[in-house]
Design a protein around this ligand. Structure first.
Ligand SMILES: *Cc1c(COP(=O)(O)O)cnc(C)c1O
Length: 375
């Protein structure tokens, strides 16, 4: 990447560059693993921090027709940037009283308990129309979705779905990123039994990692998020996905240390006389995890340099003694090249999902368009 920050348009703000072409390439890569199953796009949490208003239309241009968000508000924003033929599923479903709002914005609720089903059925009755919905069955994650007891009730009393156009039945895997975990096969078997009771609806089980568990997990529709964004869906194995995101932040100042001392809050890192310290305009308020204090690294002119001292609210400090030419205005790359979001996450003691999803509103987003031919 160019080391001249001005060439990147950087002044004092971190910039996240999102390669929409790589996201489309990842979508294609996942599609190629599927037989007849269709591939959705999970774009909740602003497409894991990358920007759903750009990511979702790029996926739609590549043929994606099913999108998943968590909140009604996310669905409403998405509906404004997608053509009406896109199905936008709201994973949380409507909170009591939100049914009409959800219907107005044209989203499809994922119904997670008998109460949500009942309220959606009444909404349909009041509207005098069959309203589309998905139903989520919990098969072992113990998070959202109908419990085993509720599932039995629904199977015994299917008229609870009267007036509901059941488009999709779904479940979510707890351990898809651990292929040998016994829970995977148990959840798949439980889900197959449930899905068989709703032959007219499509079925969906796999997230990104679930796609790599094999065809018996694909059902009719897969729901990848992280893999689209370049996060490794097979931890511990080579990443089959293309990198998508690059986070660069301008160096505001390079200090020549003329007397041995310490750097930053808590005086947690000692520097010797002669060291050079770069002050970079990204901090925990931008989502750069504070656990990277004295642990993380960055690339300056392609050279890997350590984060020294604590991550503060708006700044981090790098030891750039090994990069003689480093000066104010240069870019420090925090995610990019060999430094992937997965690497940053491992260092920070978390997962790449969190590294990306935390990137804050001060981080300017820039987009490299997908090549027209890729659609
Ligand atoms: C977030 C989410 C996904 C996507 O998971 P990834 O691991 O990012 O692929 C799929 N399904 C549900 C229900 C989710 O909450």
């Amino acid at each position: 990447m160019p080391s001249d920050a001005a060439a990147l348009g950087l002044r004092s703000q971190p910039v996240l560059t999102v390669d929409l072409g790589s996201i489309v390439a990842n979508y294609r890569r996942l599609e190629r693993r599927l037989g007849p199953a269709r591939c959705a796009g999970v774009v909740k949490a602003d497409a894991y921090g990358l920007g759903a208003s750009q990511v979702a239309p790029a996926l739609a241009a590549a043929g994606c027709r099913h999108f998943f968000v968590a909140h009604l508000e996310e669905g409403a924003s998405l509906a404004k940037v997608l053509a009406p033929d896109a199905a936008i599923f709201v994973l949380h479903g409507p909170a009591p009283g939100e049914e009409d709002a959800l219907r107005r914005v044209g989203c499809i609720p994922v119904l997670n308990d008998l109460g949500q089903i009942e309220r959606w059925r009444r909404t349909a009755m009041a509207a005098g129309a069959r309203l589309p919905a998905a139903v989520h069955f919990d098969t072992g994650l113990n998070r959202l979705g109908l419990s085993e007891a509720e599932t039995h009730i629904l199977l015994a009393e299917p008229d609870r779905l009267d007036g509901i156009d059941l488009r999709l039945v779904m479940s979510h895997l707890a351990c898809a990123d651990e292929p040998d975990h016994a829970l995977n096969a148990r959840q798949a078997a439980a889900f197959r039994t449930i899905a068989a009771a709703f032959p007219a609806a499509r079925s969906s089980l796999a997230n990104s990692s679930g796609i790599f568990l094999g065809a018996e997990y694909h059902c009719d529709l897969v729901r990848p998020g992280c893999a689209l964004y370049g996060i490794n869906p097979r931890p511990g194995q080579p990443n089959p996905m293309a990198q998508v995101a690059r986070l660069a932040s301008p160096i505001l100042q390079v200090r020549h240390v003329d007397r041995a001392g310490t750097v930053g809050y808590g005086a947690s890192h000692r520097v010797a006389a002669g060291a050079r310290v770069a002050i970079v305009a990204t901090g925990y308020a931008d989502g750069w995890l504070r656990t990277l204090s004295n642990l993380g690294s960055a690339l300056v002119k392609g050279i890997r340099v350590p984060i020294i001292g604590r991550v503060s609210m708006d700044l981090i400090t790098l030891d750039v003694t090994a990069v003689p030419g480093a000066r104010a205005g240069d870019a420090a790359e925090l995610i990019g090249g060999e430094l992937t979001a997965d690497d940053v996450a491992t260092t920070a003691g978390t997962i790449a999902y969190e590294v990306l999803a935390r990137l804050g509103s001060r981080v300017q987003r820039r987009y490299l368009p997908a090549a027209p031919g890729s659609a």
